[in-house]
Design a protein around this ligand. Sequence first.
Ligand code: WT7
Length: 640
Amino acid sequence: MEKTAIEDRVFNPSEEVVSNANISQAVYDEAAADRLAWWGKQADELVTFFKPYEKVLDDSNPPFFRWFTGGTTNVSYNCLDRHYNSAKRNKAALCYESEIGRKVILTYRELYIEVNKFANVLKGLGVQKGDRVCLYMPMIPECAIAMLGCTRIGAIHSIVFGGFSADSLADRINDAEAKIVITADGNFRKGNPFPLKNNADVALESTSCVEKVIIVKNAGNDINVVEGRDVWYHDLMATADKYCKPEEMEADAPLFILYTSGSTGKPKGVQHTTAGYLVQTQATLKYVFDLKEDDTFWCTADIGWITGHSYVVYAPLALGMTTFMYDGTVDYPDKDRMWDMAERWGISVFYTAPTAIRTFMKWGNEYPRKHDLSNIRLLGTVGEPINPEAWMWYYENIGGSKCPIMDTWWQTETGGFMITPTPMVPLKPGTATIPFPGIEVDVVDENKQSTERGYLVVKSPWPGMLMTIWGDDDRYIDQYWKRFGDYYFAGDGAKRDDMGYIWVTGRVDDVLNVSGHRLGTAEIESALVECAEVAESAVIGRKHDVKGEAPVAFVILKDGFEASPELIDKLKKHVGVKIGPIARPDDIIFTGGLPKTRSGKIMRRLLRDIAEGRAIGDVTTLADPGAMAEIATKYSGKEE
Ligand code: WT7
């Protein structure tokens, strides 16, 4: 195991942090003694059930686990009604700032009314319990309102990140058979309106299930309004009733679908449930980020990702906290934008991604130094392994060398944190440390035996877990439960150190992590082979200073086509249009052959070696070793 001096450092929490923390050793001990009883206790404390559950976990039909069976509840009720009926009614629930400086603060009472009205709007458009509603929206308050409005009537939302292309949006609308699409005219990016509605219009040309499109007026850019199909949000809200009775939902009723990349070309619709999700997201936020009544929590993730679902909207609101959201770029009008807002809004707990931290680090510490960040008491990171240098920079420059950093390992599929420190855990830069109470993980070898370095698995079901893949139970089983039987396989590699801490080393499947976003190599490859010039392609992730990994594509051209800078541009652009700008390859390398095993599997490890300029690895299992030399020569020519 490689170790640097930094990785060996242990940062013990201060006595003050430990004594004020929501967590204590007793919590860990209680969960270890009887984890199901402990999860039951969390549910009793954190969720208001309409009908009490009968069983904490029904594991009679693995891997289709059901949590809190027999119980009924409603997510919007838990996020709103119970605060509306308490002293919190006039507390800020959601604070928002747009890139151009528009500010909105919605109290619990105000948010409650907006959500009730919007739930009635959806009902008025014929949306029923179980129907799918697709959100393609900026990070605006209406996005949270729409999510909560869906949950109020038991409709299943599917949020598609605004950075995804029209094609990606169309695929997701069709897979979920969404009846309604909610979008906005546009939003601001570096001062210019980004035409979200135009993209949605293109997507809607290749869908037939959508009956209505609801448009929020946000950026004020001109849009096309399709008569009979498109309706303005504000027009609908103007006449909506102020109360909508929350639907009584079964504990394991689907709450939302969120698409994520897998190892095939088709994204998976990860399906989450109601009560278990509410329990795990709240328990983790309470114990890991240690939220208190007077905190203002800023999770910088876009709502289009699971982090935004769980920790911008659902968990903070269910706990009755104040959540902050920003819609815009991090360097507009200048590189201190984030710290300017952190100071102005008095942010006390700040959660972001390593790729953002590396960007801030590159810009230099003069930007955070311009601002008083002394309100910040706790930091967090998620999305990929954080390199110790970035951890240290974050610790010193944003946390003033006094704030613990919660490095949280989890996935779209897990719903909430799985491996993470809490404020009482001694920290080492670069590791997510230990499992959250009630979570059982291990590092195993091919034969499912515990080992020091191997595959990361979850050994027993957890409340926030996905229920299945939308419309594809077989894929759910295949993807997560085939390789290690009754252990959930996360797709990550990991090692364990002498303190028992788990170091996640990254994906071991054909999935890239670009700026904390998951992309399947197969998705990018199938976009490339759609181009008339391309016969075959292989995509790998190359290490990148800021993005963590950047896609690089090896491409074999069809006979009669020539490599050229124009073609490189065209192919890159096509991937951007097909999937979204984050998927655009940094490099396209033309080659006459691809290294494959005798069984025909592309040897991505070798391609990575070439792309990262390392000596070429073992080629003894190659079907055509010559292919490799050819690629290597081409690429080294390119580097010069
Ligand atoms: C994959 C999940 C969970 C929200 C963001 C991404 C990687 C995530 C960490 C971390 C090391 C991490 C893993 C995981 N990952 N957090 N703290 N340390 N790796 O969600 O798109 O579902 O991606 O992100 O590889 O499998 P996602």
